[in-house]
Ligand binder design. Structure first.
Ligand SMILES: [Zn+2]
Length: 74
């Protein structure tokens, strides 16, 4: 899918976004697709842009287009 969405948070060291994992969707009883909500928790992730490790609260992650996660090619 071209428009895959990832849970991501802004890197503390650069302007890049740090990705966690893909956003999953839930079908309710009426067949309506709703976005999952993340539980409370903490993750540690390394930024693909600058390499800095950071700790992020799951509650602060936002669905982000995958194109913001991948470092731009020169
Ligand atoms: Zn960074």
């Amino acid at each position: 899918m071209a428009d895959s969405m990832y849970w991501a948070a802004p890197c503390k060291e650069c302007s890049g976004m740090v990705g966690y994992r893909d956003v999953r969707y839930i079908l309710d009883a009426r067949g309506v697709r709703t976005q999952e909500t993340l539980p409370e928790g903490i993750i540690e992730r390394r930024c693909d842009h600058c390499g800095a490790a950071g700790v992020f609260a799951l509650q602060r992650l936002r669905p982000t287009s995958v194109k913001f996660l991948v470092p731009k090619l020169p």
